[in-house]
Design a protein around this ligand. Structure first.
Ligand code: BGC
Length: 763
């Protein structure tokens, strides 16, 4: 009955809208103007409020404190409530019991899947497969929307060059060009594209984050200060955010860090000048969790002051802290903010609701049947398994230890071998942690009865129980074993004794990386290293299946272990996918999107660095008075773009279609890639360019294109990249986006280090 009244009311409002469109306003503008005309200032401020779900997640929606706020128009949206029935209930409070019946947004951190979980974003990026990445976002949107969610806090596109930072796991690595491609793919996957965006109830609104530069915190410490030149900002960090805006992302999340000495949340240059005036962003900006309140500790004022500054800067919605709700009216009365500023923020939030179609159907995302049919389906899981196998990076394979035979006895050893909850990886808030297989079960699915798998834990995650506890929060415990290190190793060696091959499942637990999980030591933890050393002493082949959310310093392991397969955290279907790759049913094709350092002292180390005035000559690793270290070479352990295959790819020299181009011209760079092995495989062919002389210094190499190809055993294929002056543009000293005539080196190869090169001139 009540629902019917709402529909009648909405229909009346729509009639009003159509009458007003003659004034030149769009239908949406007119609808919102009419609605805002009826709103009190308190109700407008209420739309800017995004509390956490709080007691709604555990208690009764209808009797909570938040329920009261919803009914009195003090809430614009809620986040991280799981369950369509609960969401429907809460939505009904807004659209049936509040004065103006404005629907709520329901957000969630759907970062790499919903219940079907895909690899952590860093892993996903290593697939270099834009169609797969888009599909992962699409499936995440289908599942989340089937469960009542209309808004996701993704994609996270922060460029980072610091593996000490735990949140490198959530981003796409160190390269802005690749990061921008992934940002676009994710936005398309969540929202749909063009006129089709938000057209169905399986499209949800994306939120690009964390704007801006969150990945560049000093010393890799989370939430830490960021300070960099505008050149660096624009040339090396901003591209992915801008790409998301160009792809039509509906919302932006402000970063916690400061930019130019002002917290991003109060930074008007960032939120208004750049985002809206220069990039043309039309959606709304939400703070990060208590981002406004934290500005008190940043030291720029009390809660009223920082709330006013956030609104002045161009923030529209306040996540959790209720600084807006509790102080904006007072600031308005005191003339610290204007009515127009509140109207603008309120309008942007109502626009988002309108675009999502919530005014015509507030229950658009609350179809109770969909949740039963569309979440964690066999089809979604099969796709997740395939994508997971594409994200793994084969780092070493001495003597072709891999792929393994499905025969004999395999000892699977290590603290990550027998856990379900650690498979999905950090920021998988909607997953049912009891559902993923363990690695042992995953491998058993593949070998069936053909090979015998024996298991021993071998070690705890870390010797330090407190550290292990911190690294296994949010129900990701590994069940600490109270036996001594020696006893655990002894048991592992007994298992190894009876095996033909040892698979060591080592590395990080899923919460060792992620938010607020910065590390100062990025090696494999102590007791696990000890175990690995003992296993190697058996003389049997050891395959390290490396779980990690960040690049680790594994120089010793690289020297000594026979094979290393980096599996990141591959999502809910990871165990079977790992089996697919270990046993050769899938040929690994992942390529690193982040450099692995030799040791922590080399950080930040990244491929697209500048040359300096004292570069080290090629092939040298130390020379006095050159830019280098006395105790370690400048080389990374594994460079950006690196990853092995069971196939073997040979690259021909580069053929350029011309040696010069002019400002309106273009040329092509072609290479032929041959698969010289007896197995089929996929290769990511990468194009890099170096601008040899510029008005400002230029990186030694920058990714400008890539293509993932599939080659059958013995097959060859030509890959051609078009090079245009547009691709040679960069931000100059005056921040103009220009290309400059001169010499350019072009590189094509299977990673950023080992590439063929040729030279051309831009006239
Ligand atoms: C994180 C965001 C996240 C938000 C909401 C914050 O702590 O930085 O990435 O979207 O919480 O859960």
């Amino acid at each position: 009955m009540k629902t019917k009244c709402v529909s009648v009311l909405l229909a009346c409002a729509m009639t009003l809208v159509n009458a007003q469109t003659n004034n030149g306003e769009t239908k949406m503008d007119a609808y919102i103007s009419a609605l805002m005309g009826r709103m009190t200032i308190e109700e407008k401020i209420g739309q800017l409020n995004l509390p956490g779900a709080g007691d709604i997640t555990t208690g009764q929606a209808k009797s909570s404190d938040i329920a009261e706020k919803i009914k009195t128009g003090q809430v614009g949206g809620l986040f991280n409530i799981k369950g369509v029935e609960k969401i429907r209930d809460v939505q009904s409070l807004a659209v049936e019991e509040s004065r103006l019946k404005i629907p709520l947004l329901f957000g969630m951190d759907v970062i790499h899947g919903y219940e079907t979980v895909f690899p952590i974003p860093l892993g996903l990026s290593c697939s270099w497969d834009m169609a797969a990445i888009e599909l992962s976002a699409r499936i995440a949107a289908i599942e989340a929307s089937a469960d009542g969610i209309s808004w996701t806090f993704s994609p996270m596109v922060d460029i980072s060059r610091d593996p000490r930072w735990g949140r490198v796991s959530e981003g796409n690595g160190e390269d802005p060009f690749l990061g921008a491609e992934i940002a676009k793919a994710m936005v398309r996957g969540y929202q749909g594209t063009g006129d089709k965006a938000f057209s169905s109830n399986s499209n949800i609104m994306a939120c690009v984050k964390h704007y801006a530069l969150y990945g560049a915190g000093e010393a890799g410490r989370d939430y830490n200060t960021v300070d960099m030149s505008r050149q660096r900002m624009f040339n090396e960090y901003m591209l992915p955010y801008k790409a998301a805006v160009e792809a039509g992302v509906g919302s932006v999340m402000a970063a916690f860090n400061e930019v130019d000495g002002v917290p991003a949340t109060a930074n008007k240059w960032l939120m208004t000048d750049l985002l809206r005036h220069q990039w043309g962003f039309k959606g709304f900006v939400v703070t990060d969790y208590t981002g406004i309140n934290e500005m008190v500790d940043h030291g720029i004022g009390d809660l009223q002051t920082v709330s006013a500054r956030a609104l002045n800067a161009g923030i529209d919605m306040d996540m959790v802290g209720e600084g807006f709700l509790s102080t904006l009216k007072k600031s308005l009365d005191e003339g610290k903010i204007t009515q127009d500023e509140i109207n603008l923020a309120c309008r942007r939030i109502l626009e988002a609701k309108y675009k999502l179609g919530l005014f015509s159907n507030p229950y658009k995302y609350c179809d109770l049947d969909r949740a039963k049919k569309e979440i964690y389906t066999p089809e979604h899981r099969a796709i997740a398994r395939k994508i997971a196998s594409e994200s793994f990076v084969l780092l070493k394979n001495e003597g072709n230890v891999l792929p393994l035979q499905k025969t004999g006895t395999i000892a699977v050893v290590g603290p990550l071998a027998n856990t379900r909850s650690n498979m999905p990886g950090t920021w998988s808030v909607a997953v049912d942690l009891s559902k993923p297989q363990t690695l042992i079960e995953g491998l058993e699915t593949i070998v069936k009865n053909k090979a015998k798998i024996i298991y021993a834990k071998g070690s705890n995650l870390t010797a330090d129980a407190v550290l292990e506890q911190r690294a296994t929060m949010f129900d990701r415990e590994l069940g600490r074993d109270n036996r001594s290190d020696e006893e655990l190793i002894k048991e592992a060696l007994e298992a190894a004794e009876n095996a033909d091959i040892i698979v060591a499942a080592l590395g990080e637990s899923s919460e060792f990386s992620g938010e607020s999980s910065s590390r100062s030591d990025i090696s494999i933890p102590d007791v696990q290293q000890k175990l690995l050393k003992e296993l190697l002493k058996t003389g049997k082949p050891v395959v390290l299946v490396l779980f990690t959310g960040r690049p680790l310093s594994i120089s010793w392991e690289n020297e000594n272990v026979h094979a290393i397969l980096n599996v990141w955290f591959g999502g809910s279907e990871a165990p079977a996918a790992i089996g697919d790759v270990l046993f050769g049913d899938v040929n690994p094709s992942g390529k690193l999107t982040t450099t692995f350092p030799q040791n922590v002292g080399q950080i930040p180390i990244f491929y697209n660095h500048k040359n300096t005035g004292r570069p080290l000559a090629d092939g040298k690793w130390f020379e006095k008075f050159r830019s280098n270290y006395i105790d370690v070479s400048n080389e990374p352990l594994y460079p950006f773009g690196y990853g092995l295959s069971y196939a073997k790819f040979e690259y021909s020299d580069i053929k350029l279609s011309a040696n010069t181009i002019d400002a309106n011209g273009e040329l092509t760079a072609s290479v032929t890639i041959s698969n010289e092995a007896g197995v089929d495989g996929a290769e990511v062919v990468q194009l890099y360019i170096r601008d040899l002389v510029g008005s400002v210094t230029r990186p030694v190499k920058e990714l400008k294109g890539f293509e993932k190809i599939f080659l059958k055993a013995g097959e060859s294929k030509m890959v051609s990249f078009k090079i245009t002056p547009e691709m040679l543009k960069f931000y100059n000293y005056d921040l103009q986006y220009v290309f400059e005539p001169g010499d350019f080196d072009v590189f094509v190869g299977g990673n950023s280090r080992d590439a063929k090169s040729a030279r051309f001139v831009l006239k």
